[in-house]
Design a protein around this ligand. Structure first.
Ligand code: HSE
Length: 393
């Protein structure tokens, strides 16, 4: 097959941009060269020749020689404008921006169709794990029943170090930021918003369902205390921030929350910045993919893979969205078993279907009960920072 030579225009030269530069240098088989890199801060010291850099986006967008725009900035609104303009000019686009893709999917699909130009974003979900193309190509049928796992590297790094190295939450969060794993606004990581965006992208490629991220429940790891960690230790659990979606007939459930994981479960051993994706399908049953979910080169390698795919005109066909999705709907009526740790008094017992266990001590109080996701998500007590919730797997 004849392969296209590509000239790239890159937006952003932060963690992922530098990672891409490094992997491109090593990947001799990929026929792609960087022509220009558009940056916001021209005075920042850069590790490569300054001839590459500009602050004028039109130097990239209006250059007919640049056939591919690689969008690697973290401002989702600015990223959307760049991607729209590039697609309107008929340029192919590679993006790593999960927030932009999860929130603007319907508009992006229209642009792809109208301007016949591909938009690829493998790096936006679980960095180095090739999950989107697997969902698109290998699972191009309706036999898939669930996709779940650890979709955020920073929080897995934080939890691993808190559990195995007894480090404090704030200390490890700082380390995750220094290593370039965390988002510029780390609230997106620690409150489970970043993995929720990834889940929304997975919902689209796994089942053909478009959901607004705001309608999906997320709960983070910022409230996990030593009391919670001790509870987990005593029961031989690990704690992981798990995003999951399930399909049952035409009903889809999906959310992201900290979850107790039994030590026998392989996900309990997916540590530090690694991510793990568990796929369940009618006949292949369970499969697990593990790989680095954050960091410059792992994420750069996923961007490189998209660039390489463009050399042979690959594009997502969105088959499930086009052919299968018509009746699907997101539901939040399922009942879950959760652990609730509270400080003094708890006012929400009536929200629970049943309470299985209760404990009180001067060090803290908890109970374990069963609750409908809808009630949990809409309760007022869940907003109290002194209350923590952890799901059972
Ligand atoms: N902040 C993200 C994470 C980066 O920690 O997973 C990769 O998407």
């Amino acid at each position: 097959m004849a392969r296209n030579k590509l000239k790239l225009g890159i937006f952003g030269f932060g963690c992922v941009g530098t990672g891409l530069y490094k992997v491109l240098e090593e990947a001799e088989s990929v026929d792609a060269n960087i022509k220009k890199i558009c940056i916001k801060h021209p005075d920042k010291p850069r590790s490569i020749d300054k001839k590459y850099f500009t602050t004028d986006k039109n130097e990239l967008l209006s250059d007919p020689e640049i056939g591919v725009i690689v969008e690697l900035i973290d401002d989702a609104e600015a990223a959307f404008d760049i991607v729209c303009e590039a697609m309107k000019k008929g340029k192919a686009v590679v993006s790593a921006n999960k927030k932009m893709i999860a929130e603007r999917l319907p508009e992006l699909l229209k642009l792809e169709k109208k301007y016949h130009t591909p938009l690829l974003y493998e790096a936006s979900v679980c960095a180095s794990i090739p999950i989107i193309r697997n969902l698109e190509e290998y699972y191009d049928n309706d036999l898939l029943t669930s996709v779940s796992g650890i979709f955020n590297g920073s929080t897995n790094f934080i939890l691993t170090k808190m559990i195995h190295e007894n480090m404090s939450y704030s200390e490890v969060l700082k380390e995750a930021q220094e290593k370039g794993f965390a988002e510029s606004d780390p609230t997106l990581d620690v409150e489970g918003i970043d993995p929720k965006y990834k889940l929304c992208i997975i919902l689209f490629h796994a089942f053909g369902l478009i959901v607004k991220p705001d309608t999906v429940f997320n709960f983070g790891i910022s409230r996990i205390s030593n009391f919670d960690l001790e509870f987990a230790r005593q029961r031989n659990f690990s704690i992981k921030l798990i995003a999951k979606c399930n399909k049952n007939n035409n009903e889809i459930t999906g959310f992201c929350a900290p979850t107790f994981i039994e030590k026998e479960n392989t996900l309990a051993h997916v540590n530090y910045e690694y991510n793990g994706v568990v796929l369940e399908s009618a006949f292949s049953e369970k499969q697990l993919m593990i790989g680095k979910g954050a960091g410059d080169k792992p994420t750069g390698s996923a961007v490189l893979s998209d660039i390489s795919a463009l050399t042979y005109d690959y594009r997502y066909e969105n088959k499930k969205y086009i052919h299968l999705n018509k009746q699907l709907k997101l539901v939040d009526t399922k009942i879950y078993k959760v652990y609730v740790r509270y400080h003094d008094k708890f006012s929400g017992f009536t929200d629970f279907d049943t309470i299985e266990e209760q404990y009180s001590s001067p060090l803290g109080n908890y109970f374990i009960g069963f609750i409908c996701l809808h009630k949990l998500a809409n309760s007022s007590w869940i907003k109290d920072p002194k209350i923590n919730v952890i799901f059972f797997s």
